[in-house]
Design a protein around this ligand. Structure first.
Ligand SMILES: [Zn+2]
Length: 349
């Protein structure tokens, strides 16, 4: 993997990743957005932090392709966040960041506050505005896995960052504001409660270890030599799909070459199966679950797709019970979802 870094000014870094060496022609690109009010407020009942970042209100909202900030540039008239003439995978600091490594003093209030220390990156999967995980080549997804691993290694060197979450919001149903295929990485100085609970569960009970051997085959979607995909018995979302290496490791930075290739195959196959259910792009959130600091060697890195369609014309909404209590109500049994994803039966209309 080749890596080329461009300092964009204003604490912004652009890193371009390619399989082979590449020469880039660069342009000025979009200017930085000043954001100084990022901070966190403590919720005294939920006992968790809430992020505040009003600069995000002005972020780019569904631009047409000519103004897409993730498309390449050919002249200085149509500025982009990736101001080069071509690229394969790009990771850069979000101009509309909810967090900052140079975070300022938080406001003094009658509740606890803290600076919004952290980093928000954008990951562009491809220069192709219309691509998706289902249409990218296995080699490109392998490059994406390596690029994310490289970025996490850099981020974890920062003493204030204790956990990174690479993720993708896909589809306007989720609230995506850019159609160009991309993900993000949020790197935080706090570990949200739900993430601490799952990291503790992996450290104490290791429920994913050895799962590739013990799982009910009725839940398995695809297998490669070192990785597999499945619908977990405990799925909370319709067509929820998990992809993971057989081996328990902390994150993509620890994958062997063979594991990168197998995982890339499994990710592409999973994305294709999700789109095939209704022969249309499946809206989803995708999480790359990476070990927080302090949990190294006691974690099982995995990806989870949380799709939001339960029937061709019906969306899964998180309504009162889910939003308020966290208790999920499942309409589509995971066992049936696996069978539909394998193409053995049709999804509900
Ligand atoms: Zn684009």
């Amino acid at each position: 993997m080749k890596k080329y870094e461009i300092d964009r000014g204003g604490d912004r870094l652009l890193t371009l990743y390619s399989e082979a060496p590449k020469n880039y022609t660069s342009f000025d690109g979009l200017p930085p957005v000043s954001s100084t009010d990022a901070h966190m407020r403590w919720h005294p009942l939920r006992r968790e932090w809430i992020g505040h970042a009003s600069a995000r209100q002005g972020r780019t909202f569904l631009p047409n392709q000519a103004e897409c900030p993730l498309c390449v540039m050919s002249d200085n008239d149509s500025p982009s966040d990736i101001p080069v003439d071509d690229y394969e995978v790009a990771i850069f600091t979000n101009r509309f960041s909810a967090l900052s490594l140079g975070a300022t003093t938080p406001p003094e209030l009658e509740i606890d506050t803290r600076a919004g220390i952290g980093c928000c990156d954008v990951i562009s999967y491809s220069a192709d505005h219309d691509a998706s995980l289902a249409t990218l080549s296995v080699a490109r997804i392998a490059l994406l896995i390596r690029a994310i691993g490289d970025r996490i290694t850099s981020l974890y060197r920062h003493e204030d960052i204790i956990w990174s979450l690479p993720f993708e919001n896909r589809g306007r149903e989720i609230g995506v504001t850019l159609d160009h295929p991309h993900g993000q990485i949020y790197s935080l100085s706090v570990l949200p409660n739900a993430m601490k609970t799952q990291a503790d569960a992996m450290a104490e009970d290791a429920p994913l270890t050895g799962l590739h051997e013990t799982i009910d085959e009725a839940l398995v979607l695809d297998r490669a030599k070192t990785a597999f995909s499945y619908v977990p018995r405990w799925a909370r979302y319709p067509f929820e799909t998990w992809v993971m290496p057989n081996r328990a490791i902390d994150g993509p930075h620890q994958l062997s070459d063979e594991e990168v290739s197998d995982l890339a195959q499994m990710i592409k196959a999973a994305a294709m199966r999700l789109d095939a259910v209704y022969d249309a792009p499946m809206p989803y959130t995708l999480a790359w679950q990476v070990a927080p600091k302090g949990y190294e060697g006691r974690f099982h890195f995995h990806l989870s797709f949380q799709p939001l369609k339960r029937a061709r014309h019906k969306q899964k909404y998180l309504a009162s019970v889910e939003q308020i209590s966290g208790l999920f109500l499942v309409d589509l049994p995971p066992e049936r979802a696996a069978s539909i994803l394998r193409g053995e039966e049709a999804g509900d209309e």
